[in-house]
Design a protein around this ligand. Structure first.
Ligand SMILES: Cc1ncc(C[n+]2csc(CCOP(=O)(O)OP(=O)(O)O)c2C)c(N)n1
Ligand SMILES: CC(=O)[C@@H](O)[C@H](O)COP(=O)(O)O
Ligand SMILES: [Mg+2]
Length: 648
């Protein structure tokens, strides 16, 4: 490492001689491969933007100039070039390390954070418009991936640029990939642009421009061809690109790994007196064979072996919830052709890849377009199709009005599978699924459920598929419990909780994976305090099993609720409402995430410990509340203690 460690900021990048840039690029790739092999992370997207990001920092000057990266999962190079090489980068996406996304609190060079796709163009346009209003002269550059163009918000911003500002630089980073291969008409259109004769449509002052850039004369011979085409273009012989129809000057496509070419076109884009889009072709995973061979796997990966690319994760454990859901959905779709699965560009992450491969006619990937996914499902449902919308809890936030206004208000039969409900530790605040119960519990008729294990997940899928109305199943990222699966799923009576262990001193109502934690606490408190602690698998966050809850609360001295969700408006709050409405005074301790955003971290265990949710914290919370609660004169129940999953 000769250059990268000495890059303390963009000025050091500008000071490099051209012949040093390939060395810097090589060192950056080496660092990204090393760090992501240890921590996991978005290796593919970042290896694809090395030369592009170097060029950005050689021609623009953050923090005065503003870079807005769409999703910003491809921001590692930017971080390395803005003084963040070192220990914190080495721990990126882990406790105490950098965020995996741009973050305003992390650096003055990160003018805008992200994590969700489709926000960059609108935010950048806001910044450019603010600049015009303030009369300042900074440059604003939006880096947008080809799949981010499938987001509705991106098109809303495109529609607005021409009428809002004169100066905005948009870099379209076109690598043909979303997480899976990019989909839809916009993707096909970009391919058309690329397969046309490779030329750059430049404004007629192309020759003038060449005077102004180093090596411009070398391009002169090339310019004569372009000049002809420019004339044709302006004479209307060429149909202008989609982007010109939106009022942007389109330049491209150019090779996004050719540092010299990038230099020249960045300079042109910078000088443009019109909003300009520079169409850059890059290769996701460039510089790492395994990533080139499997861009989907290496879009965002867990730690891997640097030589083979093989995942480092230990011995195979229980299936991930996404795979259980995906395989079960195939079975349900085989039995009922009316059932279809819909994903927003994430067939692997949601598990819908099984349906894609086995029953492609019942599979729909709509691109990064969650609002459209829900509305599309609503349309399908009006014609007797039973759509299953599989979108991560956090990304479903994007489609909230479509859920209420289109699916719920019209009482259409749609089932939602919300993966990543709970923590996404390494991705952090933009990706934790901690709000879905709160944002859905207020929606009339919504059925919100969470399984205690993978077998119950399939039961809940059957329940939702048979339910006439709107059902939402939430389940966590990663491995399931490892229980024996039934041969045939059994529907669950809606609103029916599952008592698992008797108790009358304390009764814990746990949702989803918290059932495991509840049993551990019940066993420990029972053994050490001699208390009789019951456990109920709540199953439904809406409707709550009020009858059983009231019965439990009249019997016990304390009710505890446990959820992998914020407390504010969550499942525990629902239980409080039930007891209050029925005038049952038994105190309730609600164990869940506090009313604040939760950072990224190495694991759920570390994040829980950092947020007062370690097993010790929860035990203390419960015992303190128990001591403060009014004793109740009820004889201890001697019913034998049940265990779950196998008497643990
Ligand atoms: C609203 C939303 N939906 C889904 C995702 C998951 N996601 C993260 S990156 C990505 C693909 C982005 O593709 P592109 O914009 O082309 O960037 P690339 O990874 O190719 O550089 C997706 C679907 C997200 N971050 N936000
Ligand atoms: C950047 C982004 O939004 C996705 O790549 C996300 O990080 C995937 O999350 P999972 O790894 O949980 O599928
Ligand atoms: Mg892409």
């Amino acid at each position: 490492m000769q250059i990268l460690p000495n890059i303390k900021g963009p000025d050091d990048v500008k000071a490099l001689a051209p012949e040093q840039l390939p060395i810097l690029a090589e060192e950056i790739r080496e660092e990204i491969i090393h760090v992501t092999s240890e921590n996991g992370g978005h290796i593919g997207p970042n290896l694809g933007v090395v030369e592009l990001t170097i060029a950005l920092h050689r021609h623009f000057s953050t923090p005065k100039d503003r870079f807005v990266f769409d999703v910003s999962h491809q921001g590692y190079v930017h971080k390395l070039l803005t003084g963040r090489y070192g220990e914190k980068f080495r721990k990126i996406r882990s406790t105490g390390g950098l965020s995996g996304f741009l973050n305003r609190e992390e650096s003055e060079h990160d003018c805008y954070g992200a994590g969700h796709a489709g926000t960059a163009l609108s935010a950048a346009l806001g910044m450019a418009t603010a600049r015009d209003l303030n009369g300042t002269d900074e440059h604003v550059v939006a880096l947008v991936g080809d799949a981010a163009l499938t987001c509705g918000i991106t098109m809303e911003a495109l529609n607005n640029i021409r009428s809002s500002t004169k100066r905005l630089v948009v870099i379209l980073n076109d690598n043909k990939w979303s997480i899976a291969p990019n989909v839809g008409a916009i993707s096909n259109y970009l391919n058309e642009l690329i397969t046309n004769p490779v030329y750059n449509r430049l404004h007629q002052d192309f020759e003038e421009f060449l005077e102004g850039v180093p090596g411009g004369d070398r391009l002169k011979k090339f310019g004569s061809k372009v000049k002809q085409e420019t004339k044709d273009f302006f004479s209307g012989d060429y149909e202008s690109s989609l982007f010109e129809k939106y009022g942007l000057r389109y330049i491209g496509p150019i090779d996004g790994h050719d540092q010299k070419l990038l230099d020249q076109y960045m300079e042109f884009a910078k000088k443009s007196e019109d909003p300009v889009i520079l169409h850059v072709l890059t290769t996701k995973g460039k510089g790492f064979e395994a990533a080139l061979g499997d861009p989907e796997k290496f879009h965002g990966t867990s730690p891997f072996c640097k030589t083979s690319g093989k995942s480092k994760s230990g011995k195979p454990g229980p299936s991930n919830y996404q795979d259980v859901m995906g395989r079960a959905l195939v079975d349900f779709c085989k039995k009922d052709k009316r059932i279809v699965g819909i994903t927003g560009a994430m067939p692997s992450g949601t598990g819908l890849k099984y349906l894609r491969d086995e029953l492609p006619e019942q599979y729909f990937d709509v691109g990064i377009a969650e609002e459209h996914a829900v509305l599309f499902a609503a349309g399908l449902a009006t014609s007797g199709i039973k759509p299953v919308v599989t979108i991560y809890s956090t990304f479903l936030q994007r489609a909230y009005d479509c859920i209420i206004h289109d699916v719920s208000l019209q009482d259409l039969d749609v089932m939602f599978c919300m993966d990543r409900a709970g923590l996404s530790p390494n991705d952090g605040a933009t990706h934790h699924g901690l709000f879905d119960i709160s944002y859905l519990r207020c929606v009339p008729r919504a059925v919100i459920m969470q399984p205690k294990d993978e077998d119950e997940l399939v039961d809940m899928m059957k329940t939702g598929l048979e339910h006439k109305g709107q059902s939402f199943i939430r389940y966590p990222r990663g491995a399931s419990v490892g229980v024996q699966m039934k041969d045939d799923a059994e529907a669950i009576e809606i609103g029916k909780a599952e008592p698992l262990r008797d108790g009358d001193d304390i009764i814990i109502w746990a949702l989803g994976p918290m059932v495991q934690d509840a049993f551990k606490l019940a066993n420990k408190i029972g053994a050490e305090q001699g208390l009789h602690v019951g456990v109920v698998n709540a199953r439904f966050a809406k409707p709550i099993d009020s009858k059983l809850l009231i019965e439990n609360a009249k019997k016990a001295r304390l009710i505890v609720t446990m959820e992998d969700h914020v407390v504010t408006g969550g499942f525990g709050t629902g239980c409080l409402e039930v007891l209050q409405e029925n005038n049952v005074q038994t105190p309730v301790v609600r164990l869940g995430w506090p009313d604040r955003f939760v950072d990224h971290g190495s694991s759920g265990t570390e994040l829980r410990a950092a947020n007062g949710l370690s097993p010790q914290d929860m035990e203390k919370n419960i015992l303190d509340a128990y001591r403060d609660a009014e004793p109740k004169a009820i004889a201890a129940d001697t019913t034998p203690v049940l265990g779950y999953p196998s008497g643990k």
